[in-house]
Design a protein. Sequence first.
Length: 70
Amino acid sequence: MGSIIIHTTNKKDVSLLQELAHKMGFKSEILTGSDREDYGIAKAIEENDPSDKLSLEEAREYYLTLKSSK
């Protein structure tokens, strides 16, 4: 079984696509913002090249830039 993710720009399209899926006998689920973020993180981890390793100092510097940008 496969899955598909479709990004829309408005709720009307989401409703239409969900109705179409239901009429075709498919299950559908609307992802929350948190769900989309989790998917994005999982995708990034999957695509990560293990040979691209940061040193501890590089990781610390990166973390500090994240903290200061908030």
